[in-house]
Design a protein around this ligand. Structure first.
Ligand code: SPD
Length: 359
């Protein structure tokens, strides 16, 4: 194949979701589709219907039609070629909000499950491994956090965890979809209990706009508990969003951002880290947790601090075990502890190699 033909091939999607790309060297390379965020919701994949329960099993696939009109199922382009399935005992709720399709079902293995636009957000059994980590990794890394902002997180699980920190005085939360909040209050009381705390101040709206208006230096910590960067959440991995976060944090303030799977998305992680390194002049780290029902069974977190008093994310200055009442506040901690905190920053060799932006 000649160089010009290769150029024409730039960024063409293949059936399994990988792209043939020419990185300027004249050599074709394969890039996972997840890195081509703008294309992730191509019409043939981004079907408006997300009724992903087939023959009593849920999986993160999207129904669509082939040329002959036959129903076919695509994998989500964020994780082409794989789908983890859960046996469904009963569908408890299924409705379209203004923003997305909201599905709740009772699974036989992981308790109740929340799904948004066909993507699994949480299960009762393993949500602790996500919510506890995304909240305590940042909050245990700074002394006496007071003002905290949660972006997304409408199920309330991250709020539940932040509330364990008695130093916290205000928790702003900006969630775009009222239906997610209502559904959580009805079907996931163990998560939605977070909303009951008097320190919580709920803003239903667009977090991009909310952050533009946020007073400079207001927050000690910002936690971005978003859905994946496909469709509405896409702007949450772009530079202007991170710039506004940096502005809203105090000097030496911290960000913890959901940052996908190291098994699937090293290109995307690299992109985000490059952006964050430009903005957060304190430190930038990647940590991860095991969440069996997320694609590839792991999820990552990006931890950044702004210029100011240095933050040592790897060795928590504010260990949870020393915070009075924190371990049992409302419900017992199930997953997080200081050992897990420190271990979360240990990265496999392939990640150290592939995520060049970490060096
Ligand atoms: N691939 C799924 C990532 C979901 C992240 N958000 C989960 C919300 C739980 N509070």
């Amino acid at each position: 194949m000649e160089g010009d033909e290769l150029k024409d091939l730039d960024c063409q999607r293949t059936m399994d979701g990988w792209e043939s790309s020419n990185n300027g060297s004249g050599k074709a390379i394969l890039i996972p589709a997840c890195c081509l965020k703008a294309k992730a919701s191509q019409p043939e994949l981004g079907s408006k219907s997300h009724s992903t329960v087939v023959s009593g099993w849920f999986s993160e696939t999207q129904p669509s039609s082939d040329k002959s009109g036959k129903q076919v199922y695509f994998n989500n382009p964020m994780w082409p070629g794989e789908a983890h399935s859960l046996k469904v005992e009963k569908i408890l709720f299924q409705e379209k909000s203004k923003y997305q399709e909201v599905l709740v079902f009772q699974s036989s293995a992981y308790g109740r499950v929340l799904v948004l636009d066909g993507i699994l957000q949480l299960t009762e059994k393993d949500e602790c491994a996500y919510q506890e980590m995304i909240a305590h990794l940042p909050l245990c890394s700074i002394e006496s956090p007071k003002n905290v902002l949660v972006v997304g997180g409408g199920d309330g699980g991250v709020l539940r965890e932040i509330c364990r920190h008695s130093s916290v005085e205000l928790i702003d939360i900006c969630e775009i979809d009222q239906m997610v909040i209502d559904v959580s209050k009805k079907f996931f009381p163990e998560l939605a209990m977070g909303f009951e705390d008097p320190r919580v101040c709920l803003h239903v709206g667009d977090a991009i706009e909310f952050l533009k208006q946020a007073p400079e230096g207001k927050y000690d910590a910002i936690i971005v508990d978003s859905s994946d960067p496909v469709g509405p959440a896409q702007e949450l991995v772009e530079k202007p969003f991170f710039k506004n976060i940096g502005r809203a944090l105090r000097p030496g303030g911290v960000l913890c951002n959901m940052a996908e799977s190291m098994w699937l998305h090293t290109h995307l992680i690299n992109d985000i880290i490059y952006i964050c390194r430009e903005i957060f002049k304190g430190s930038v780290h990647y940590a991860w947790s095991s969440v069996p029902t997320y694609p590839s069974g792991v999820i990552g977190f990006l931890l950044c601090s702004t210029e100011g008093p240095p933050v040592d994310f790897v060795h928590p200055i504010n260990p949870i075990e020393k915070l009075r009442g924190a371990l049992e506040f409302r419900r017992e901690l199930k997953f997080y502890n200081t050992e897990i905190h420190e271990a979360a920053f240990a990265l496999p060799s392939f990640v150290k190699r592939e995520v060049a932006a970490l060096h």
